[in-house]
Design a protein. Structure first.
Length: 197
């Protein structure tokens, strides 16, 4: 699949990044590559706070990483089926912030963006405040993937949609694990799911 409908927008963003001071590009590159760590910190915070909450809220908190893994697997399957080469390869863009990934490292849909959307949605359903904090981070990660030159705009938009749509029902279903949390709270593992009495 060769995308052309948003190639002009891609070229404009990459050109803008090329004209931006290098320290800013370095910051965007680092955020793009490692920004998902912000979600890990939010997951830990949500789990920690859920120790004092009811079984359903704790179940939702514990399932956030599982929802994210499920979304990654779905997104990666779609990526393998579509097999869209990176825009920096198909459009022969050499002046990208990030080195262009090799052939076979497909672009559509963006894994980073799908994971970011899944994190934001699952966190929103586990603890609203954390989800609201995660949402702009997810959007910035998606935008950064275009900025550094490794994705078309449609790659990240489709991934955001896919990540959110797959994560939503899974995150809602995670509350059904509340009986398991209740059982855990009666075992020696209770410190992981409860605050000390």
């Amino acid at each position: 699949m060769t995308a052309t409908f948003d190639a002009g927008l891609y070229r404009w963003v990459v050109g803008l990044a090329h004209r931006t001071p290098e320290p800013l590009d370095d910051l965007v590159r680092a955020f793009s590559d490692y920004g998902l760590g912000i979600f890990a910190a939010l997951m830990l915070a949500v789990w920690w706070r859920a120790r004092a909450a009811d079984d359903r809220r704790m179940a939702a908190a514990l399932c956030v990483p599982l929802v994210v893994v499920a979304v990654f697997l779905v997104n990666d399957a779609v990526k393998s089926l579509v097999a869209e080469q990176r825009p920096c390869r198909t459009l022969h863009m050499t002046a990208t912030v990030e080195t262009c990934p090799g052939l076979g490292d497909y672009a559509f849909p963006s894994n980073h963006s799908a994971i970011a959307a899944a994190c934001a949605v699952a966190l929103l359903l586990a603890r609203r405040r954390a989800g609201l904090a995660a949402a702009p981070v997810a959007l910035l990660i998606a935008a950064s993937r275009v900025w550094i030159g490794v994705h078309y705009p449609h790659d990240v938009l489709a991934a955001l949609a896919l990540g959110a749509l797959v994560a939503w029902p899974l995150a809602l279903a995670s509350r059904r694990a509340a009986p398991l949390v209740a059982r855990l709270r009666a075992t020696r593992w209770r410190a992981l799911v409860s605050t000390p009495a």
